[in-house]
Design a binder for this molecule. Structure first.
Ligand SMILES: [Zn+2]
Ligand SMILES: [Zn+2]
Length: 327
């Protein structure tokens, strides 16, 4: 299996509409988290966005659906849109807002609404004027995954914003890496046989299996043991529009556990904590407490209130007093 690397990029400036575009390098596709204003995503990137994960449908998180729809018209492909309970109705509202007397070849939007441990799915094919097909309902997998493909998994956690919002974590499977010092120690040199060795490491090498490397036959399980180190894949968490409390702290600590990066809203500075509470948003140091509890490598703040007029310095300082690696 090809190794997929996740390359994230905030869609907008930190105080403009929230959104995160994650490139799935190796697949040539993108996952998009939230659908706020998204003119900074190129048409090329939108057309390669196969999955969209919406935290909730407040207008600053969903107004960009129209641009995705507009650019996708005529494309024969599926676009998956995930979100909390109510998402299917919001999608239907979007489709109902336009006239569709012309037959569109595509795309088909596939809405997935997560409600507790249940996922409701409905297809909206362009060739049927985006009228919803039959509703399917299924329980979530035991590990809470809502989407798994090509070794890329997305999980979600319910958060509290007066309404239920969803936080997400996208991760790639562990991958085999070759220990170059062991290669030298065993007197072996690089070659196509390493690809075979990596596949064996992933699939599990049977006892007694052998592999020819550099003109000699070797025990495959032994080579795997000596040469292969399993490294953890990428892990990116996206959390926005939630209250800080014991429940959300626990949920995010689990969702974003050991993430490479946690993208977390920090609407308010600490001195505005009452305003944060009243609007079910976070302060900078509350975002940092999420990062610390989850043990992430890096915290990136976004969705910072415009009232601070682009002065993000105090938010960074307040977050860094709790958690070191903040951008
Ligand atoms: Zn909101
Ligand atoms: Zn918001």
């Amino acid at each position: 299996m090809k190794r997929i690397q996740l390359v994230p990029r905030l869609v907008n400036k930190k105080d403009a509409d929230p959104g995160l575009l994650v490139e799935l390098q190796g697949l040539g596709r993108y996952y998009l988290f939230d659908l706020g204003a998204n003119e900074r995503i190129s048409k090329h990137e939108l057309l390669r966005t196969s999955h969209v994960f919406v935290s909730h449908t407040h207008i600053d998180h969903f107004v960009g659906f129209d641009r995705l729809l507009r650019h996708s018209l005529g494309e024969r492909r599926d676009v998956h849109v995930f979100g909390p309970a109510g998402l299917l109705g919001n999608l239907e509202g979007k489709f109902a807002g336009y006239l569709w007397n012309l037959q569109e070849a595509g795309p088909t939007f596939v809405g997935h609404e997560i409600d507790g441990r249940t996922m409701r799915t409905r297809r909206y094919p362009g060739e049927h004027q985006f009228r919803g097909a039959e509703l399917r309902e299924e329980g979530l997998a035991a590990d809470g995954a809502i989407s798994t493909e090509e070794g890329v998994t997305v999980r979600c956690a319910a958060l509290e914003h007066g309404i239920t919002t969803l936080g997400y974590c996208v991760s790639t499977a562990p991958f085999p890496a070759i220990r170059s010092e062991a290669l030298a120690r065993l007197g072996l040199s690089e070659g196509p046989w390493l690809a075979e060795l990596k596949s064996a490491a992933l699939a599990g090498a049977a006892a007694g299996a052998t592999l020819v490397a550099c003109g000699r036959e070797h025990s495959l399980p032994e080579l795997v043991r000596e040469l292969v180190e399993m490294k953890s894949g990428d892990r990116i968490a996206y959390v926005t529009d939630t209250l800080f409390n014991e429940r959300t702290l626990e949920s995010i600590a689990e969702l974003a556990r050991d993430a490479t990066v946690l993208f977390c809203e920090a609407n308010f500075r600490d001195e505005d904590v009452e305003r944060a509470k009243a609007t079910s948003h976070l302060t900078a140091s509350q975002a940092a407490r999420f990062a610390a509890a989850a043990g992430v490598e890096k915290l990136v703040l976004f969705h910072i209130s415009r009232k601070y007029e682009g002065d993000f310095g105090p938010s960074f300082e307040q977050a860094r007093a709790v958690f070191g690696a903040v951008e």
